[in-house]
Design a protein around this ligand. Structure first.
Ligand code: EPZ
Length: 433
C-alpha cells in the first residue's frame, strides 16, 4: 500500500483545474444501461470508483471502453448478464444502482446488497421500496436483491429523506416504466439534475429535477447519447480549503458558480477572500481562518462531503467552531487523526466542537474514507513538519491526480510505497506553477 508524505508550511499558489464529477459520473454510467446504441461521456475522471463502475458494466456484458483524455464509450445495446457480483458492489455502493436499469431493460436483475462503510450504515431501503412501488417483485436473500418485473409501471414514490442516490436510481428505473412516476421529497443535488438531463438526452421525459418533486413519464425505448460531465464541486471545495489552510492564493478552474455557492459563503465567513467568476474562482487567505459553524444538509445546504475538509481548516481557526453532521451518523472518524496532529476537538454524537489551535504538527495519520483522507491531506499541508497519510486507496477513489495537482500549486507532497520511511523519502520538488 502506498502513502502520502507531506511537509507542511508552504503557501499554495497558482492555478488548478477540476476534474469531472465522481458522483455525477457514477449515476450517469448506471443510467447509460437504459440506452440502446453507443453513449459517449466526456470529462470522465480517471479515479478508482469510475474504474470499478467500468468493471461492473463489463460484468453485465456491456461494452465499456476508456479512451484518452476523459472519454468513455458505453454500448448497452446488449445486456448479456443480469447479475452484479458482490465483490464489485462491496467495493463501491453506487454499483447497487445498476439494479433499476437492468431490471427495466431485462425484466430481471440480481445485485448484491452494499455493505456499510466508515461514515454510516448506508442502507438502501429507499431504493428497494421505490423499485417495489414501480411494480417489481423483490426477494432479499443471502445478501442479494433479486428483482423481477415484466415491465415496470409508474407510481408515486415518497422518500423519507432526500437521498441523492435513491433519487437518481428511481428516476432512472422510472424512465422505461409504463406510465407516470412522481418522486416526492426528491434530492436536489446538481448531480441529480445532471442525471435528468442525461436521461432526457437519451429520449426520456423527466421534469422537475432540481426541485423536491420529480415527474417521469415512461417511454418504451431510450437511445445512447453524448454527454459532458459537470465539474466536481467536492474537489473544488477541497482545493479551496487547501488554499485557505495554507494561507495561499489559488485559482480553481472548471467550476459552476451555483454549485459552489453553499460552501463559498462559509469560506468567506471563515475570513477567506473568494471571487467567483463564470467558470473559475480565486480563493485567498492571508491569516489564520476564523471560526464558524457548519451544519450539513441536503443540497442546497452545506454538503456533507465537505464537512471533513472544513473540519481540518477549522481546527486551526481563531475561536471555537461547531460542526453538526445531519446526513450521516458517523462522519467524524477523521477527528481522532486530527487530534494526533494537535487539534482540540470534542465529538458528541453528530456534533463536533472545535477549539482552534494556532498550529498542527506533522504526524502519521490514516484515512478511513475519501473525504477524511482529503481532510488529513489539507491538515498536513498546514502542519509544522512532516506527515504521512496512510490509506491512499481511499483518497484515489474520488480525487484524480491529487498529488500532481497539489505539487503544481507548490505543495511538498509525494506518494511513496508504505515501507519507505520518512527519512529516506525524497520529497518531490514543487513543480514551478
Ligand atoms: C451520495 O451518496 C454521494 N455518493 C455521497 O458522496 C454523498 O455524501 C451523499 O450522496 C449525500 O450527498 C455518490 O453519489 C456516489 P444518500 P448516497 O442516499 O446517494 C440515508 C462521497 O464522499 N439513506 O443521499 O449513497 C443514508 O444512510 C460520497 O463522494 C437511507 O437511509 O447518499 C444517509 O444517511 C460519500 N436509505 C442519507 O440517507 C436509503 O435507501 C443520505 O444518503 C438511502 C439513503
Amino acid at each position: 500500500m502506498d502513502k502520502l508524505v507531506v511537509t507542511g508550511g508552504t503557501r499554495l499558489e497558482g492555478t488548478v483545474s477540476m476534474s469531472g464529477s465522481k458522483n455525477g459520473c457514477l449515476a450517469i454510467m448506471a443510467a447509460a444501461l437504459l440506452g440502446k446504441g453507443e453513449t459517449v461521456l466526456y470529462n470522465v475522471p480517471s479515479i478508482r470508483d469510475v474504474h470499478t463502475m467500468v468493471e461492473v458494466l463489463r460484468s453485465l456484458g456491456v461494452r465499456c471502453d476508456y479512451e484518452d483524455n476523459g472519454l468513455l464509450r458505453i454500448d448497452a445495446t446488449e445486456i448479456e448478464c443480469t447479475e452484479a457480483p458482490y465483490e464489485l458492489v462491496r467495493r463501491m455502493r453506487a454499483s447497487f444502482c445498476v439494479l433499476g436499469p437492468v431490471l427495466a431493460r431485462k425484466g430481471y436483475a440480481k445485485v448484491a446488497m452494499p455493505g456499510g462503510c466508515d461514515i454510516g450504515a448506508r442502507p438502501v431501503d429507499f431504493h428497494i421500496k421505490g423499485i417495489q412501488t414501480l411494480g417489481a417483485h423483490l426477494v432479499m436473500d443471502h445478501g442479494f436483491v433479486e428483482a423481477e418485473c415484466e415491465r415496470l409501471r409508474g407510481g408515486q414514490i415518497y422518500l423519507n429523506f432526500p437521498s441523492a442516490g435513491a433519487t437518481q436510481h428511481l428516476m432512472t428505473a422510472a424512465a422505461l416504466a409504463d406510465g407516470v412516476t412522481t418522486i416526492y421529497n426528491a434530492a436536489m443535488e446538481p448531480e441529480v439534475v445532471e442525471v435528468a438531463k442525461f436521461l432526457n438526452k437519451m429520449g426520456a421525459r423527466v421534469e422537475g429535477a432540481g426541485t423536491s418533486t420529480i415527474r417521469v413519464e415512461g417511454v418504451r425505448e431510450l437511445r445512447g447519447t453524448e454527454f459532458e460531465l459537470l465539474p466536481d464541486r467536492m474537489e473544488a471545495g477541497t482545493f479551496a480549503v487547501a488554499a485557505v489552510i495554507t494561507q495561499g492564493d489559488v485559482r480553481i478552474e472548471n467550476i459552476r458558480p451555483t454549485d459552489v455557492k453553499p460552501f463559498v459563503l462559509k469560506l468567506i465567513e471563515a475570513g477567506a477572500v473568494v471571487d467567483v467568476y463564470d467558470n473559475y474562482m480565486r480563493v485567498r487567505c492571508n491569516s489564520r481562518p476564523l471560526a464558524t459553524d457548519i451544519v450539513t444538509m441536503p443540497h442546497p445546504g452545506f454538503p456533507t462531503d465537505l464537512q471533513q475538509p472544513f473540519g481540518a481548516m477549522l481546527s486551526i481557526a481563531e475561536g471555537t467552531s461547531v460542526i453538526t453532521e445531519n446526513v450521516y451518523e458517523r462522519r467524524f472518524k477523521y477527528v481522532s487523526e486530527l487530534i494526533r496532529m494537535g487539534a482540540d476537538i470534542k465529538v458528541e454524537g453528530r456534533t463536533a466542537i472545535i477549539n482552534g489551535v494556532p498550529k498542527l504538527t506533522g504526524a502519521q495519520v490514516a484515512a478511513t474514507d475519501l473525504r477524511a483522507g482529503a481532510a488529513l491531506v489539507c491538515a498536513a499541508l498546514a502542519a509544522e513538519g512532516e506527515s504521512e497519510v496512510l490509506g491512499v486507496e481511499h483518497i484515489e477513489r474520488g480525487y484524480e491526480n491529487l498529488v500532481e495537482k497539489l505539487q503544481a500549486l507548490g505543495a511538498n507532497i509525494a506518494r511513496v510505497s508504505e515501507e519507505q520511511s520518512l527519512t529516506d523519502c525524497e520529497l518531490a520538488a514543487p513543480v514551478s506553477s
